[in-house]
Write a protein that binds this ligand. Structure first.
Ligand code: TMP
Ligand code: ASP
Length: 253
């Protein structure tokens, strides 16, 4: 495919103009960042794994009727997606306490939530993506009340789907973050899941051992991030054939 015009480069992905109006190409980089990019590394193979994993999760969402931006995977690192007007909010769903909620509310890591907790953070790197209330979202016009209700419903549907998929391979979905975008049809818009769903944006713990299989491995220096993501991909049956970290075939006598 001919080189395309770059639209935007983020910390983990690059967006290029798509081949047709209303489409974009999403390229997954190997860069890992944490703590608002204070910590950085290049993890060989991460982009390839996340491209596959996001394809797997988004395709599953489509199969259960949850609208999302994924159209098709183009190659090892790129996928074709629908362009959306991104709502400047990170939508977080928590099933168990981990990360910032532990600090904020003094909860022990792993405490089950009484019900899935939906939080919103305002997407602004300079401010460190602060937690915001529904009141801010409506008053400052980032989303309408209808959008907000739809976002919560969408996030909870994604939670039910992802929790089940992960449970089936022995992984607990502790929490995750999604981004949601608007697609316009004449004067009306509807909301669809956008960005990515990958171990960069979820917390995934092995059900038996509690082993962390997500970006906390990098945030907290707990070992090889590529090994953790490879394990998630292997359990889900979505390992690409020529990733450097894929286990080598062994001869069986
Ligand atoms: P938190 O506990 O740090 O608030 O993170 C909650 C979830 O959101 C966790 O699964 C990691 C994910 N997340 C992102 O995808 N991007 C981010 O910038 C942050 C801070 C968290
Ligand atoms: N994605 C954010 C960063 O790049 C934070 C995180 O995931 O911990 O800094």
């Amino acid at each position: 495919m001919a080189r395309r015009k770059k639209i935007y480069e983020g910390k983990a992905k690059i967006m290029y103009e798509g081949p047709e109006p209303g489409t974009m190409v999403q390229y997954f980089k190997d860069d890992a960042t944490a703590f608002n990019a204070e910590k950085r590394a290049v993890i060989e193979g991460k982009g390839v794994l996340n491209n596959r994993l996001s394809e797997f999760f988004m395709t599953g969402l489509t199969q259960v009727g949850i609208p999302n931006h994924f159209i098709k995977r183009l190659n090892m690192r790129e996928q074709l997606i629908r362009s959306v007007e991104i709502i400047p909010l990170e939508v977080i769903v928590r099933n168990f306490a981990a990360g910032s909620i532990c600090k904020r509310l003094g909860m022990a890591e792993g405490t089950p939530m009484p019900r899935p907790i939906v939080e919103f953070c305002y997407k602004d790197d300079a401010l460190g993506d602060p937690l915001v209330a529904e009141e801010h979202i409506i008053a400052f016009g980032w989303a309408s009340q209808q959008d907000l209700d739809d976002m919560i419903a969408l996030a909870l549907r994604v939670n039910d789907f992802l929790s089940g998929v992960m449970l089936a391979v022995g992984i607990k979905l502790v929490d995750f973050k999604i981004e949601i975008g608007r697609v316009w049809e004449n004067d009306f818009h509807r909301l669809i899941v956008a960005d990515e769903i990958s171990p960069d944006s979820c917390r995934l713990w092995d059900i038996e051992t509690g082993r962390k299989l997500d970006k906390d491995v990098f945030r907290r220096d707990l070992g090889s991030l590529a090994d953790a993501y490879t394990e998630v991909a292997r359990r889900l049956g979505v390992l690409p054939t020529n990733v450097t970290h894929a286990p080598k075939p062994t001869l069986i006598n």
